[in-house]
Write a protein that binds this ligand. Sequence first.
Ligand code: PLP
Length: 387
Amino acid sequence: MSLQNPIFIPGPTNIPERLRHAMNVPTQDHRAPDFSDTFLPVLADAKKVFGTEEGEILLFTSSGTGGWEAAISNTLSPGDKVLIARYGMFSHRWIDMCQRHGLDVQVIECPWGTGAPADQFQAILAADTNHEIKALMVTHNETATGVLSDIGAVRGAMNSADHPALLFVDGVSSIASVPFKMDEWGVDIAVAGSQKGFMLATGMAILAISQKALAAMEQAKLPRTYFDFRDMLKANANGGFPYTPPLNLIYGMRASLDMLFEEGLENVYARHHRLAEGVRQAVSAWGFKLCAVSPDLYSETVSAIYVPEGFNSNELTDHAFNKYGISFGVGLGEMADRAFRIGHLGSLTEVMVLAGLAAIEMAMVDLDYPITLGQGVAAAQEYYRNT
Ligand SMILES: *Cc1c(COP(=O)(O)O)cnc(C)c1O
């Protein structure tokens, strides 16, 4: 693999030069009085990206998955009932994690390629008149299938069922790349990670927590130690961390927020839409199909693309890596061997996307795919040129 080539896996994403430098800081004393000067504004500014004024931001040293464990263990008790729809690898993982925590998980099975089923949530919640369901957990952007779900519609379903369950949203591959409106959607915990939309190295889970979730925290009985929100909140209130903070990532986060705000969040979202649409134009020019079943579900951060009958998507991604030194996402779970993924989030330009499309076309032609060189690239070029 060439270190000069951008990567097109949906995460970790390409780290811009500016952020690599920002993370390169000498060791500092995190108990020195000036640590809070760096740390507290990062928490305050991160709220804008989550779309919250009322929520609290908490940072934990872990990947995004640890953020989910923190959300579950801080707000729920053994045997609590939770409702989750499975429509891809990531929603599947949260089901597994809840089950391993001894929760009673009611699973809605959905075809992969579809999204959060607001209608079914509404019916189940409306029937739960004793309010036994304590939380609803939704994957905003299902990275395995390239599906972006409508969280506003999920909140609408909860409201119309007049149900008080907590709403947890996995925004690991959406937050900082597409609009996220925590307060407006009534999200109680939103989880992100440093290595996707924030364009940083892996290692920091970023959570936003509503006042309602903080109230639930006081009643929750699941064991938690390292991820205990209470320890973190107490230390943060004094400007510090309960243990050694990931200093380099916090400096990186400062610079990442600066970059996002300098570009303007609306422009960041518009750029992701444009990049994604160029990829979709290429897919349709190849005559291939996306896993996402309808345009309203298309993800702006990752496209999962079925290869034609008789071809193996893992051979394609391996070949692209071995011959051209470039990485694309492999098919996950039910999509293994059948689909590959083009990640188009984070630090990326039109020119980079065109390079990625050109490279995957070479790999496809090498493997006798029924396309010609330039077919998808030209469609993306036309789209970028004319819009
Ligand atoms: C990447 C990703 C995760 C997992 O995050 P890690 O940082 O690898 O633990 C969770 N959910 C979604 C939707 C993701 O894309």
